[in-house]
Design a protein around this ligand. Structure first.
Ligand SMILES: [Zn+2]
Length: 690
């Protein structure tokens, strides 16, 4: 039976690593030990010491060397022990000349062609592969010579090698390493102190240090003393918690991946900044007028306010039951026909943006149906792709990823909770719980136990979570790849649009009761969940997790995340461009025509559960009280529609479940998750889904 692992993608709490941590797998630097020319001392002196310390190195082997010819099995054993057999050519050709009288004419690179160099080097790769079975390895230039005549030959061999080592004495940070010209420090009777000194410098500068040994203990004019070699390697071993020590092929692979990701991240950053600048220009907002938001780091000098006594600087909130013409709303009919459209229009225009009139059609394709289990619950999982019609702009292809899981063998349509979530790749396995502990029941299992189903929609499959992606995904498709206009929809509404398309599908699935669809999300997906519910009447119930600013938290509150943060280049994409105006002089959050309680009011009379973690664990950035108030101030609208709010305006202590009304609230004792609130949500929702 195939198991599926479906997980929440944490929102704003994802930890940012400092650069050096990411660069070298949490260590300060990388050191690669290389031994050139395949000489007997490598087998007799270097390898035994390396193996006794458990350090892996790279041996740059010249295939036709005397030692390889006579002791081939011992060279083979180096690879078995985890060392890299690097390629140091077949015959060790070098450029002869003054000072290089030892270069024999037949192996003088002056007499080589590029083709001969390629042929011999590739032949050496084949030979080494026959020794170690590996198809991936690195190269070391003989005598540091990189050209035949005027032609560099390594360019033609980039598919044959992950990296190539040169001989220049330098060390570089990970983003500055040229993988086909990796610098190294060549040892010529250097002392252990010198080698240790270089290593300390590499640690200080978070660099890659490559050491090139020839002889170890006197067998080569370029030599290292046996004792110095040992002392240096012991130093490395003692400091291995700070030093990534691995063969060149491993380190080069790591650098390559890092550099590719770094390049992609920079490109995305540039695209985001360009998109953001375009929007500011369209809004006539000079950079100097835009205010910066406070820091989410509580110990920063510009930390966001976390003092409740300073939070309420506004004198009033927009009244959800007061028409724009100043008249009071006193009946449900006026709410539906006049006031609700006014509020929706304000959110459309100034905050979340407008969905285009004619969004393209989505065709759902069932990719697979598999039997699966969540804990003790048997279930059927359908994986689907929603193909968005891109005939208006074929350059962009957009698919919505959706999984629908229903209890097995029920034989009738079931209520279903849809989560804005993330599906990890198939190879991913969650960490096992610590030994001796009983793993808590997953929310998926709890939902299935009720006889309900759930669905996971992957928001980033059809709209990226960054400004760079606004010219792509469903927003980009509707704009034919052009930048947005200030009133166009932002990412939150695009994600909500995807949820509506999923409901279109549910209406066709006989296992799902499309009249009983819930929506759930956390953090930025909590914002998406309440936006989806506000605009999509087919969503029957909402579970809105730690949605914070831009979700159900009152935007006028000076506490935790602020409008200025939401309007920055890191988050503006969630909203219409127009929203940025409220973070630029002369406007402020107090000028917003609506606030978050009116977003909750748009969900009325349908039940909404507002969820938060503990401020002491989750932090104060999401502003639990601000979210509580978003629900509290929506009460008059629920009441005019014959429903009930919390039943109190008093902010309750942690772990108090306010679940008597149609607006519910609970702060659990944990962090940035909806996890501990699932049992309470299910209990409350069961009232509606009997
Ligand atoms: Zn050499």
């Amino acid at each position: 039976m195939k198991k599926l692992f479906l997980f929440l993608l944490l929102g704003s709490s994802v930890v940012c690593h400092s650069q050096f941590n990411v660069a070298w797998q949490g260590k300060k630097c990388a050191v690669v030990l290389t031994y050139d020319d395949a000489i007997n001392e490598h087998l007799d002196k270097a390898a035994p010491l390396l193996d006794s310390l458990g350090i892996k190195a790279t041996f740059y082997v010249t295939a036709f060397s005397q030692s390889v010819q006579t002791r081939m099995n011992e060279w083979k054993k180096l690879a078995v022990n985890g060392h890299e057999l690097g390629n140091h050519t077949l015959f060790h050709p070098c450029l002869g000349g003054k000072g290089r009288e030892w270069v024999r004419p037949e192996y003088d690179m002056h007499n080589y062609t590029v083709q001969r160099m390629l042929d011999e080097t590739r032949m050496t790769n084949l030979f080494l592969q026959s020794l170690d079975g590996n198809s991936k390895r690195t190269f070391a230039f003989t005598c540091g010579d990189m050209k035949i005549g005027d032609s560099s030959f390594i360019g033609a061999m980039k598919n044959d090698f992950v990296a190539a080592r040169a001989v220049r004495n330098e060390m570089h940070k990970i983003n500055e390493v040229d993988l086909y010209n990796v610098d190294c420090y060549m040892i010529n009777n250097h002392t252990a102190e010198q080698m240790i000194g270089w290593t300390k410098k590499a640690m200080e500068t978070n660099s890659l240090l490559v050491i090139l040994f020839h002889g170890v203990g006197g067998g080569n004019p370029l030599n290292v003393d046996v004792a110095a070699h040992r002392e240096f390697l012991q130093f490395l071993k003692q400091n291995e918690k700070d030093i990534m020590i691995a063969p060149m092929v491993t380190v080069a692979d790591h650098i390559k991946t890092w550099q590719e990701r770094d390049k992609a991240a920079r490109l995305q950053q540039q695209k985001t900044q360009a998109d953001y600048a375009d929007m500011l220009a369209k809004l006539n907002i000079p950079m100097s007028a835009k205010r910066a938001g406070p820091s989410g780091n509580p110990s920063a000098p510009n930390a966001a306010n976390a003092d409740e006594s300073k939070a309420t600087q506004y004198t009033s909130l927009p009244n959800p039951l007061l028409l724009n013409n100043g008249r009071k709303v006193t009946d449900a009919k006026t709410w539906w026909n006049k006031r609700r459209p006014e509020i929706a229009e304000a959110f459309d225009k100034e905050i979340y943006g407008r969905v285009p009139k004619n969004t393209p059609k989505v065709t759902w394709e069932l990719i697979s149906t598999v039997d699966t289990m969540f804990g003790n619950q048997k279930a059927v999982a359908k994986n689907l792709l929603g193909h968005v019609d891109n005939s208006s702009y074929p350059q962009l292809k957009v698919d919505i990823q959706l999984s629908v899981i229903t209890p097995k063998g029920i034989g009738k349509p079931v209520p279903l909770v849809m989560e804005f979530g993330f599906i990890f790749p198939g190879s991913f396995r969650p960490p096992a719980p610590p030994p001796g502990t009983v793993a808590p029941k997953s929310w998926q299992e709890q939902v299935l136990e009720q006889g309900w189903g759930f669905a996971i929609i992957v928001p980033t499959s059809f709209q990226a979570d960054n400004g760079a992606g606004l010219t792509e995904g469903i927003i980009g498709l509707c704009n034919k790849g052009q930048y947005r206009k200030p009133g166009d929809w932002g990412t939150l509404r695009a994600w909500a649009w995807g949820a509506s398309r999923a409901i279109d599908y549910f209406e066709t699935d006989k296992d799902v009761d499309a009249k009983r669809i819930g929506i759930e999300g956390l953090s930025r997906y909590g914002k998406a969940a309440v936006v989806a519910m506000a605009y999509e009447p087919r969503i029957a119930i909402g579970f809105i997790g730690s949605s914070g600013a831009g979700g159900v938290k009152i935007l006028r509150r000076i506490y935790g995340e602020q409008v200025e943060n939401l309007a920055s280049s890191g988050e503006y994409h969630w909203f219409a461009g127009n929203f940025i105006k409220y973070a630029a002089d002369p406007l402020t959050q107090n000028d917003l025509p609506v606030d978050a309680h009116q977003l909750v009011a748009l969900c009325a009379p349908r039940p909404v559960f507002i969820s938060s973690g503990s401020p002491n664990v989750e932090g104060k950035w999401v502003d639990a009280k601000g979210m509580f108030l978003g629900g509290a101030y929506a009460t008059p609208v629920y009441e005019i529609l014959g429903k009930k709010g919390y039943g109190t305006m008093e902010y309750p202590p942690e772990q108090t479940a306010l679940i008597d009304g149609d607006i519910a609230f609970r702060q659990h004792e944990g962090g940035h998750t909806t996890g501990p609130n699932w049992p309470t949500f299910i209990k409350w929702a069961s009232r509606y889904w009997k």
